[in-house]
Design a protein around this ligand. Structure first.
Ligand SMILES: [Cu+2]
Length: 494
């Protein structure tokens, strides 16, 4: 887990270089950050930490498949897959200069971060693409604490699929005390025998479950074992950066505490025997107590696709320990992020239906104002629609009309219906939403998310306050589905 070691090394650097307004940051391959003290408008001695980071996209060669294979040609930020972990404290600002060293346009989208629309990183909708050799500076405040991530939103299936992604960790002011924090960025690659990345864009991937790969990685490497010490408490941040694979992790012999979903705290509850489901784009924070005995080993299994369950990694207990005699009390609930709660009785209701794909029964859809049969759509590489409209790849410059327009500050409940034969993790930009019901049954404990997995023929109600003006993308985070029609945007009036 070299990348984890690196993440920890960064954290240590932060601490050893002081705290507060004068903090400097060092990231492998990234420029050091600077901090700025500012006065607020009242002249009060306000201090504001601005964390600066430099990122550069470029082709690179990295060892993904292990020592027995050649390196893999990827796209990387700063030569690394995953990209450097950007780590700040809640309420601080980030200023990230992104230089594009690719031969195609790119952007960076800050997944799950509620920021101003021009910083959202959707080409043609919120900014022009960053051309080859050009630089764009993103600047925003990390309002919400939690586990987030960043990735391009241009030619996404290829750019993310080739390795352009990284985690953004926003630390709480009062985190759960743990002995160790670990970040696993999960990905799924389709590699050929020579460890090169297989070509993208085949129609089977577009029209079925997306590009499911054959090589799963944690932090850019085929995982080996994961060493633990008896008695230790670990916070495990999980990010699913895969194009299409849903993970369902079972931690054999352990009962992890679920503490946050998509960065937003939940009342801690133990995951007993069930799987921790992480859809593409989603994040899950767990607190795991290593309660077994020295020398014992336990598999971590991904069993989401039941017929294809496999061992992801293995917890290997060292001979030392346990480091504490008594079990720890349950972790405390993290402080809620400042997400407005919509008044459900006054919120406007909207239905949004997702159709298409193989075995989906869709007969046709509207593309650029023309009604086309499924066969004609397929000839154009389009297989999916939202409310009967297949959106041409807006990443290529044709956003079309908004799916709906909301008055600023109004409450909205969207019923998202999956009328297809496949899973769809639906992601909304610029807002975090309350998942209030599934298939008409209210959730006992509504959760706040930015990406919600909707299984075939099910529907989910999500509610939010449209408090962030601008045009916000709404799409399936299976990037092949997004590319072939399952995307659009909503407009929140200024
Ligand atoms: Cu989808």
């Amino acid at each position: 887990m070299a990348a984890n070691d690196k993440a920890r090394a960064n954290m240590n650097n932060d601490r050893s270089h002081g705290s507060g307004i004068d903090r400097r940051r060092f990231l492998a391959g990234a420029a050091a950050g600077v901090a700025v003290a500012a006065m607020d408008r009242s002249g009060r001695a306000a201090t504001e930490t601005v964390n600066t980071f430099d990122l550069e996209t470029a082709p690179a060669e990295v060892a993904i498949a292990g020592a027995d294979y050649p390196k893999t040609g990827v796209f990387a930020f700063n030569g690394q897959v995953p990209a450097p972990v950007l780590r700040v404290k809640q309420g601080e600002r980030l200023r990230v200069a992104v230089r594009n060293g690719l031969d195609q346009g790119t952007t960076v989208h800050w997944h799950g971060v509620r920021l101003a629309n021009p910083m959202d990183g959707v080409p043609h909708l919120t900014q022009p693409p960053i051309g080859p050799g050009e630089t764009f500076v993103y600047e925003f405040e990390a309002k919400d604490a939690g586990t987030f991530w960043y990735h391009p939103h241009a030619n996404s299936a290829v750019q993310v699929g080739r390795g352009l992604y990284g985690a953004l960790v926003v630390e709480e002011h009062a985190p759960v005390p743990v002995d160790r924090e670990v970040l696993w960025v999960l990905d799924d690659w389709r590699l050929r025998d020579d460890a090169r990345i297989a070509p993208f864009g085949n129609w089977h991937d577009l029209s079925h479950a997306g590009r499911i790969g054959n090589t799963v990685t944690i932090n850019g490497k085929v995982p080996d074992t994961f060493k633990v010490t008896g008695g230790e408490r670990i916070r495990l941040r999980l990010v699913n950066a895969a194009n299409a694979r849903v993970f369902g992790l079972q931690f054999r012999g352990h009962a992890p505490w679920l503490v946050a979903l998509d960065g937003h705290p939940v009342a801690p509850k133990p995951v007993n025997g069930g799987a921790v489901v992480i859809a593409p784009g989603a994040r899950v924070d767990l607190v795991i107590d290593m309660t077994a005995k020295p020398g014992e080993n336990f598999d971590v299994v991904d069993s989401y696709y039941r017929r294809f369950a496999y061992k992801l990694t293995e917890f290997v207990y060292g001979e030392d320990g346990p480091i504490r005699a008594q079990a720890l009390a349950p972790p405390h609930r993290l402080a809620a992020n400042p997400v407005a709660a919509p008044a459900l009785d006054r919120a406007k209701r909207f239905d949004m239906t997702f159709t298409g794909g193989a075995m989906g029964g869709m007969t046709g859809a509207t593309l650029r104002g023309r009604r086309l049969t499924m066969r004609l759509l397929a000839e154009k590489g389009m297989f999916w629609a939202i409310d009967g409209v297949a959106v041409p790849n807006m990443e290529e410059g044709d956003p079309g009309e908004p799916l709906l327009t909301l008055e600023r500050g109004s409450g909205a409940i969207l019923r998202w219906r999956n009328d297809t034969a496949f899973d769809h993790p639906i992601h909304l930009h610029g807002h975090s939403f309350h998942v209030v019901s599934r298939n008409g049954a209210p959730l006992a404990q509504p959760v706040i998310r930015d990406t919600v997995l909707i299984p075939p023929q099910q529907h989910v109600d999500v509610a939010f306050v449209a408090d962030n003006p601008g045009d916000w993308m709404l799409h399936c985070h299976i990037l092949e589905h997004q590319q072939s029609g399952m995307m659009g945007y909503i407009r929140v009036e200024a």
